[in-house]
Design a protein around this ligand. Sequence first.
Ligand code: PGA
Length: 240
Amino acid sequence: MKVTVVKDYNELSKYACNEIEKEIFHNHCSVLGLATGGTPLGTYREMAKGFQQRKLDYSRVTTINLDEYVGLEKENAGTYHTYMEKNLFQYVNVSSDMKFIPNGTAEDLQAECERYEKLIEKKGPPDLQILGIGTNGHIGFNEPGTSFLSQTHIVELTDSTRKANARFFTSEEQVPQKAITMGIKTILKSRKIILLASGIKKRNAVRTLLEGKPDEQFPASILSEHPNVMLVVDRAAFED
Ligand code: PGA
């Protein structure tokens, strides 16, 4: 795993944006794997700026998101559909039929997981996957204990994840109990992965990631087995 330490969140966001823009510049038909949560917000802000200032064209880019909550209508303020529209898609010209996010209100959730996995096989795998890391080591919504062989599946969110994500809702009770997430095996199919970690809250997770061997109790640890992973981390998340 290549490790790049940057000064702060601002630098991290610019760095990640630059990697994405380079990818698209070299391949106009790139497939991007996208993440949500607090960490990539700055990256998306930079991409929006880049679209205006550097005239990057996303019209042939495909985007595939990692996960979505179960049980919320797409238009709900807390969904990742809303997050992506609000923070990225309204600013760049990704074609509406080329952006993919799991459907958390599908009648048959198991069938939805299978559909999404097939879709990733057909449209993907991502040339570049952006990932965040949970304080408990989760990637996507793959919580500790998830099999490294997992494909897209339904998860029961842990209390720590629901607490961490309560800031995107009016209260913790509003955070859904379940989500659909790409599995760990699915994520590992990506050609290149950029894992972003920022802030003192992520310091322990980064330390465990860099010290540990693959262990299903710390899902991100499997990334050490992938041939092309770059950890981009700011000093607050890296230094002792
Ligand atoms: P965060 O979440 O970016 O909101 O810290 C990361 C994650 O849970 O994967």
